[in-house]
Design a protein around this ligand. Structure first.
Ligand SMILES: C[S@@+](CC[C@H](N)C(=O)[O-])C[C@H]1O[C@@H](n2cnc3c(N)ncnc32)[C@H](O)[C@@H]1O
Length: 234
């Protein structure tokens, strides 16, 4: 198939639009924000679609055909990348997300594409993957309220609880170790600028070479910029 270097293939774009069109934004509202879910999705829906397509085009150039991708904490924003991988690179994708209601909603919308979200810990994924996607997971303020402010440089030394922070740091390190252990080398990690340090730390500890891409790309929901890291390439 001839590919346009700057756009997804027409069939992929159609499927992405179809899935976004089928999403139940009413059900997603309370999952993504505490109040004003309708307004949130009026602003974010088009942005997710547009920025998601842009990242999917970039990813297409970086991923070999017929590999496997592990998506940790994937949601609405990841749909274009997931659909592109299956449609244009003939790859298998495994998206994990701990929010059960969101997973049900996403799977309903994805019935015409070979993408199935799983509502279990991504650490339970089986086998090796050549691409790990982990975007705005390790700095999630909901899951890591004591660690997240430090990741964003907004911590308050007067209120920091070192015991709780340490407990969350152990969970983050364990998740990174578990997922990086499933990454074939050489492999690719897609993550955010705030999460790079956890991946880099793992690489240093395991003496695995890594190269962080110099370019950053905006994301729609959390807003943390995405970058790509080549892992294990000599
Ligand atoms: C802040 S949201 C980010 C969602 C999405 N990546 C984005 O950028 O819009 C973090 C997500 O990570 C998921 N998550 C956290 N730890 C996880 C784990 N161990 N396995 C699977 N999902 C996880 C949460 O359930 C949540 O859906």
């Amino acid at each position: 198939m001839k590919t346009n270097r700057t756009k997804l293939a027409p069939a992929t774009r159609r499927l992405v639009a179809e899935v976004y069109g089928r999403l139940d934004y009413g059900a997603l509202g309370p999952i993504y924000c505490y109040e004003g879910g309708d307004e949130f999705w009026r602003v974010k829906r088009g942005l997710c679609h547009r920025l998601g397509n842009r990242v999917a085009v970039l990813l297409r150039k970086k991923l070999p055909r017929r590999g496997r991708s592990l998506y940790v904490g994937a949601g609405v924003a990841e749909l274009p990348a997931l659909i592109m991988e299956t449609m244009e690179r003939d790859r298998a994708v495994e998206p994990y997300n701990l929010r059960r209601t969101e997973v049900v909603t996403l799977n309903r919308a994805c019935r015409s594409v070979p993408v199935t979200f799983r509502a279990v810990d991504a650490g339970r994924a089986k086998g090796l993957f050549d691409h790990l996607w982990m975007v705005s997971v390790l700095n999630d303020p909901e899951r890591f309220p004591h660690l997240s402010p430090l990741s964003y440089g907004r911590s308050n030394p007067l209120t920091l609880d070192p015991v709780k922070f340490n407990r969350e740091r152990r969970i983050v390190r364990a998740l990174v170790a578990c997922c990086m252990g499933k990454l074939a080398k050489p492999g690719l990690v897609t993550t955010t600028t705030e999460e790079v340090l956890w991946i880099a730390e793992w690489c240093h500890r395991h003496r695995v070479p890594y190269l962080v891409g110099k370019r950053y790309y905006p994301t729609a929901i959390v807003g943390d910029p995405i970058c790509f890291i080549q892992i294990g390439k000599e």
